[in-house]
Design a protein around this ligand. Structure first.
Ligand SMILES: Nc1nc2c(c(=O)[nH]1)N[C@H]1C(S)=C(S)[C@@H](COP(=O)(O)O)O[C@H]1N2
Ligand SMILES: [Mo]
Length: 261
């Protein structure tokens, strides 16, 4: 970007500043139809505003480009940055589509001993999994940054089963397009298979080496540092593999489905 003339550089930074402001204001995001991801924001580098076009028009234009192109731009071998234990945010923020006060009522129905993770769709071995059996699989940990589209981010440590290992073990059809998640609090989302197979995508059972607390997603969450927060489902009780698009809780209200960070 160093070679650009100053007037273009300053228009660019004005666009990015305006876009960031749009992203930060929840009311504006809703009005916009939540068109943009942080990945999309970085794609704004190099775009110019057409004559008479508003920032909103431009955001919509870039977002349409995002869902069409990010699947190709996304390199399944690219790793998200990792951090040191001393970088972990304490206390780590809680976020959900309801207030923390409602957590127990919304998501607290799962009993550790009797819980079984349900599997459905294009999976050969659909036997349901207990938490003990999941904990007996080879475990990995990651210290990565969680980025919420509402304008905050925080570094945390998550432990569990590498999701690609799990998909292999249950004999999932990894040529299928989507993996979907059903959550005990009514939340749901779905991801592309390339992200499901990404080396850092994790079926998470622990936060900071402790059993995943309810507020961070007990009985399990799916952690993907290559995706924004809303693509990381907590309280997962069912996983399905499918070629049929099934959207997601926020995605169906306008958030970008790809949701890469
Ligand atoms: N089941 C469920 N998962 C969810 C959500 C939710 O409301 N319910 N919110 C999402 C959003 S928008 C964010 S930012 C993260 C917050 O995760 P945390 O509470 O561990 O910080 O969870 C994501 N996964
Ligand atoms: Mo979020």
């Amino acid at each position: 970007m160093g070679q650009l003339p100053d007037d273009i550089k300053s228009q660019e930074s004005e666009i990015i500043k305006a876009a960031e402001a749009e992203l930060k204001d929840p009311a504006r995001r809703r009005l916009l139809g939540n068109v943009l991801t942080l990945g999309g924001l970085s794609l704004l580098t190099g775009v110019t505003l057409f004559h008479g076009e508003t920032i909103n028009d431009l955001l919509k234009r870039v977002s349409r480009f995002n869902d069409g192109a990010q699947g190709f731009l996304f390199n399944p071998n690219d790793l998200a940055p990792t951090y040191k234990a001393s970088d972990i945010k304490d206390p780590f923020p809680f976020n959900a589509f309801y207030h923390l006060d409602a957590l127990e009522a919304k998501a607290g129905s799962v009993e550790a001993d009797t819980f079984r993770l349900k599997l459905s769709g294009l999976i050969a071995n659909k036997q349901a999994w207990s938490l003990n059996d999941l904990n007996a699989l080879p475990q990995v940990t990651q210290i990565t940054r969680h980025i919420c589209i509402e304008g905050w981010s925080a570094i945390g440590q998550w432990g569990g089963v590498r999701f690609s290992d799990f998909l292999q073990r249950i004999d999932a059809d990894t040529t299928a397009k989507y993996v979907g998640f059903v959550c005990s609090d009514g939340y749901f989302t779905s991801i592309d298979m390339a992200t499901a197979l990404h080396a850092q995508t994790q079926l998470t059972l622990r936060f900071k080496d402790q059993v995943l607390p309810l507020k961070f997603g007990f009985p399990m969450k799916i952690r993907m540092p290559t995706k924004l927060g809303y693509k990381n489902p907590k309280h997962v009780i069912e996983i399905f593999v499918s070629n049929t698009y099934s959207g997601g809780f926020w995605e169906n209200q306008g958030y970008n489905w790809f949701g890469g960070s």
